[in-house]
Structure formats: structure tokens, C-alpha cells
Design a protein around this ligand. Sequence first.
Ligand SMILES: O=c1ccn([C@@H]2O[C@H](COP(=O)(O)O)[C@@H](O)[C@H]2O)c(=O)[nH]1
Length: 224
Amino acid sequence: MTSPIYVALDTPELERAKAIAQRVRNHVGGIKLGLEFFMANGSHGVQEMAAIGLPVFLDLKLHDIPNTVAKAIQALRPLEPAILTVHAAGGRAMLEDAKAAAPAGTRVVAVTMLTSLDDRDLSSIGVAPDPHAQVMRLADLARASGVDGIVCSGEEIAAVRAAWPEGFFVVPGVRPASGPAGDQKRVVTPRAALDGGASILVIGRPITQAEDPDQAARNIAATL
Ligand SMILES: O=c1ccn([C@@H]2O[C@H](COP(=O)(O)O)[C@@H](O)[C@H]2O)c(=O)[nH]1
């Protein structure tokens, strides 16, 4: 069975990203490249990583007016990522245009509420301090807009899965029991996220910052 783990290679260094991907490749189902990597290495770097042979999740969290997001995604089309992120808060027209602009084989998923935020952060930006309600609202919007799924935390995944059974759900903010949360605020274990209905798990530092990334990925995989 293919592993649900996508390892987040959050580094600007192409060679380091390649080295970690090669070390963990037998224990993960794909690699996630985000802003840090893309800013430093661009499309060329993504192509080099794709040559390793694992599915590529391009986590650029696009959020702009519909025309700008659609044009950005058109520019990314040659990369044919397996998964691409946009922000659900960009609104319905942006989500619809993002999906229309993406290659047929790319899953477009909408970030609902970042896992680094909690109820107090919602208050501070003028949103009702209820992460569950906020995620459900944006999940409804994402579904109605025709994208493939959402990004949410493991705290919401079971409710989201129940409301959208065929959706594709990405869960970051995943930590092995007793691991440091770092800047993540809505955190669950890999097992709990999967039991709740996650389609894939995004795991970065617990693997990439480990003394032995291969063993760390193996240990996490063993809990699933
Ligand atoms: O809500 C979100 C959306 C995306 N991310 C990304 O996932 C990884 C998590 O890395 P860790 O080191 O396991 O914390 C990172 O690339 C984020 O950009 C997220 O954490 N939360």
C-alpha cells in the first residue's frame, strides 16, 4: 500500500532536499515542496525533485485575485504537480478559476485555517473564534467551487470527512506522540489524523530535523 506520508522538504537547499528525499523515499508516498524551496529554486528545482520519482505536492498556497491565480497556475502547468494548494479565503471565483487552470491530473486543494492558528488568532483578524466552524464554512465553499479537497488540521478532519465523503483531505500539523509542536497549534498524531479520515499526512520537521530522517520516517510509518 502507498504510504499516506508526504514529507515536507522545507529547505532552500536543493541538494539537501534531494538527499533527504532519497533517504526517506521507501517510507513516504510523496514529497511536499513549499514556498521556501520554490523561492530559492523555482520551477527548475521542482523538476529536479520530480526526477527522483515520487509524486510532488507543490504547496504554494496561492491567494490573489482570480485572474492572477489562474495565470500563475497556467505558468506552473508544465510541472504537473500531483497536488497544488490555494487559499480557500480567496473566494469562490478564485477557487473555480484555479481548478479550471490546473492540469487534469493535479488535485487542487484549498487551505482552510492554517494549523499554526488557534481561536485567539481568529479573533485577532476579526473572525469568530471557532476553528471548527471556520474550517467547516471554508470546506463547504471549497466543495461548492469544484476543487478536489481541503487542507485542515487533524482536529477537524473527522467532521470534514463526514460532510464531504469523496473529498481529498490533506492534514499537516502532525506530530508523533510527545514530539515538540514548534509553531503548530492544532496538532494531532499521525494515527489520529488517519483514523479521522485524512487522505494524506504532511510531516516535515519530525522527519527532516531528526538525527536519522530515514529511521524517523520508518518509526512514524510503523504507527499507521
Ligand atoms: O495549515 C497548514 C498548511 C500547510 N502547512 C505546511 O505543512 C508543513 C508542516 O511542517 P512541519 O515541520 O511538520 O510542521 C510545512 O511545510 C507547512 O508549510 C502547515 O503546517 N499547516
